[in-house]
Design a protein around this ligand. Structure first.
Ligand SMILES: Nc1ncnc2c1ncn2[C@@H]1O[C@H](COP(=O)(O)OP(=O)(O)OP(=O)(O)O)[C@@H](O)[C@H]1O
Ligand SMILES: [Mg+2]
Length: 359
């Protein structure tokens, strides 16, 4: 690669840390360099693709890529194409903004620099930020409301208890019992809305221990429930998290999946590590992705945009709190939950930043 600044280590550091994928082709349009962001975009290591031709690497349906690059070299005109769809070798199609810059060197052969900026990922980040903002707003509203309800509720229950003790006719106690029981039911609901009332207790834990624990609970709750297959990445490092909160979040998501899949259905619990991944607007070196997949009928279309809001439920008896609580618990760990659902395949992805564990 011909140098731009004369400081090879500086150039390498800049290219290695760019968020944008950068590819450098020689004058014959064979790849001579790809930076780490590019390896991530194509999900391949540079060793496997250096030397490949541009038309194989960035095939754009309906376009002669090599002819466009050659003409940029001939005319010395850089150009930018917006929202190009690139079909990758693994079948994925990604949408990118592409900038092509011909490089002419007086002491070496010409080269052409291609920058690819993934736009569908940008959309994802914007959507995530919106999701987090919405979530914080509803969470604040809920907490305020739950506090306001809890205080008078305690008074109401106490008064009913006093009344019960004073009632001359035991037959009338049936009514005070109803008041007390209903007050207790509401109290439980408010406690669920307020979330755990202790400080988080982070420890270093193995995510597979958490998932196996959840799997055991689900099987105990529903012995004739759907099959649960595991697809774990055993090389994952430990995560620093509050174990009870993680278990609660996973249970809430998995219980929904068990209910949706039904006794003859199937669940898959999957774990993977992702490098250089952005959650909200924070970029992390390493992120854990936990997937809960089921083959049930999918989230009803009219609920799809709202399932993380409180009190949104597709079941007659559902409180609609499971997912917002799970989202809150995962947020507390700097993570995020996303859902992608169609009939026959519903995927909940839980992203958690993996910190290096120093204890
Ligand atoms: N895996 C899934 N498949 C299909 N629909 C789902 C799935 N997960 C969630 N949903 C839909 O999202 C709704 C909201 O889920 P959420 O867990 O927040 O509340 P809930 O299950 O109705 O009540 P609860 O508070 O008891 O959990 C569900 O009622 C259901 O309609
Ligand atoms: Mg639920």
């Amino acid at each position: 690669m011909a140098l731009l600044t004369g400081h090879p280590s500086l150039e390498k550091a800049v290219l290695d840390n760019l968020n944008t994928a950068v590819l450098l082709f020689d004058a014959d349009l064979h790849l001579i360099y790809i930076n780490p962001a590019g390896e991530m975009l194509f999900e391949v290591s540079s060793r496997h693709i250096v030397g490949q031709r541009a038309c194989h690497l960035v095939p754009c349906p309906g376009q002669d890529v090599e002819e466009r690059l050659r003409s940029a070299l001939r005319t010395s005109h850089p150009f930018t194409e917006r929202e190009l769809n690139i079909g990758l070798s693994d079948g994925r199609v990604i949408r990118v903004n592409c900038t092509v810059l011909p490089l002419h060197h007086y002491d070496a052969r010409d080269e052409v620099l291609v920058e690819l900026h993934q736009v569908d990922q940008q959309l994802r980040i914007t959507r995530e930020e919106q999701l987090l903002n919405q979530h914080q707003a509803t969470q604040a509203l809920l907490r305020g409301l739950a506090h306001e309800i809890k205080n008078p509720l305690g008074g109401l229950r106490g008064a009913a208890q006093l009344l019960e003790a004073e009632l001359p006719d035991p037959g009338l106690r049936e009514y005070t019992r109803i008041i007390i029981d209903e007050a207790d039911r509401l109290q439980n609901l408010m406690n669920r809305m307020l979330g755990p009332n202790r400080l988080p207790q982070p420890s270093n834990l193995n995510i597979h221990y958490v998932l196996e624990h959840v799997r055991g609970l689900l099987q105990a709750e529903c012995p004739n429930g759907p099959s649960i297959r595991r697809d774990y990445d055993p090389s994952l490092p430990e995560i620093r998290a509050d174990q009870d909160r993680l278990i609660q979040a996973m249970l809430n998501i998995c219980r929904n999946a068990v209910a949706a899949a039904g006794p003859s259905g199937a669940l898959i619990l999957r774990t993977r590590a992702l490098r250089q991944f952005t959650i909200g607007n924070k970029r992390h070196r390493l992120v854990l992705r936990i997937e809960v997949e089921d083959n049930g009928p999918g989230v009803p279309p009219e609920l799809r945009d709202r399932i993380f809001f409180p009190m949104v439920s597709g079941h007659a008896g559902g409180t609609g709190l499971g997912l917002p609580i799970a989202q809150e618990l995962i947020n507390q760990h700097g993570g995020l939950i996303e859902c992608d659902s169609r009939p026959g395949q519903t995927l909940f992805c839980i992203y958690l930043p993996l910190e290096l564990v120093h204890d």
